[in-house]
Design a protein around this ligand. Structure first.
Ligand code: PEP
Length: 251
């Protein structure tokens, strides 16, 4: 079986002031210093990126943006460019989170442009995909994943795809306390890996890390991580407190 380095990422969404974010980052570093066999990343709000990146400099915890805009600069009030993220200390960026797709009408086309511009700036994108509850009930899960993966990765250079991670986050499991069963998640992850083979080739698919997201907690991480195609987690609510997130990282 392919061995992929586990990757645990925390999405702090629109929570924490600069001081709160810096303090949580400092607490986290002390608790996960021994986790050198896996990648760890947190994505604070834009305003806290710089203090958090300073607090994490030289540690084993990376920093990510929660979004970006694909242009390098210009009259785009309220937007943040890839270069601004790297200059604030980011190594990663979350793209296409379901909250952005749902509340800010982000399309697969926008996700595709964002991934390309992130990759061009040397950022490692984490592309989020996943079906809604209604889509799952209507048995459309696979067709939704098909569209999101193929459109999101369209015309992506082979070089760029090697730094990309996919996060499978069923929308019905985000922030709801409902986790997909490990079998449901594994089925979706295996399907996504096949889609990556179709879009690129088998070696790209075998190397691609696919994270699960949706109410991941210390109590369910080990079982999820025991599945063949689950390579890590994107954690929302449970990443806000250093101790809880560290328990997930150190599963
Ligand atoms: C997320 O925001 O990506 C997420 C998975 O949230 P939660 O862990 O709170 O469900």
């Amino acid at each position: 079986m392919e061995s992929r380095r586990p990757f645990i990422a925390g999405n702090w969404k629109m929570f924490k002031t600069c001081d709160e974010a810096e303090q949580t980052a400092r607490e986290l570093v002390a608790l996960v210093a021994g986790a050198t066999d896996r990648d760890v990343m947190i994505a604070p709000p834009f305003t806290a990126l710089w203090p958090v990146a300073q607090a994490l400099a030289g540690t084993n915890v990376g920093v990510g943006g929660q979004n970006l805009y694909w242009e390098t600069e210009g009259a785009f009030t309220g937007e943040i460019s890839p270069g601004m993220l790297t200059s604030a200390g980011c190594t990663h960026v979350i793209i296409g989170h379901s909250e952005r797709r749902q509340y800010f009408r982000e399309t697969d086309d926008a996700v595709n442009k964002k991934i390309k511009s992130a990759a061009a700036a040397g950022l490692k994108p984490v592309m989020c995909i996943g079906e809604t509850e209604a889509e799952r009930e209507a048995k459309k899960t696979f067709s939704v994943l098909d569209k999101q993966v193929k459109n999101g990765l369209q015309d992506l250079a082979l070089n760029d795809v090697t730094n990309l991670t996919i996060a499978y986050e069923p929308v019905w499991a985000i922030g709801t306390g409902k986790t997909a069963t490990s079998d449901q998640a594994q089925e979706a992850h295996a399907y996504i890996r096949n889609l990556v083979t179709e879009c690129f080739d088998e070696s790209v698919a075998r190397a691609m890390r696919i994270l699960y997201g949706g109410s991941v907690k210390p109590a369910n991480i080990a079982e999820l991580m025991s599945m063949a195609d689950i390579d890590g987690a994107l954690v929302g609510g449970a990443s806000l407190e250093a101790k809880t997130f560290a328990e997930i990282v150190n599963f």
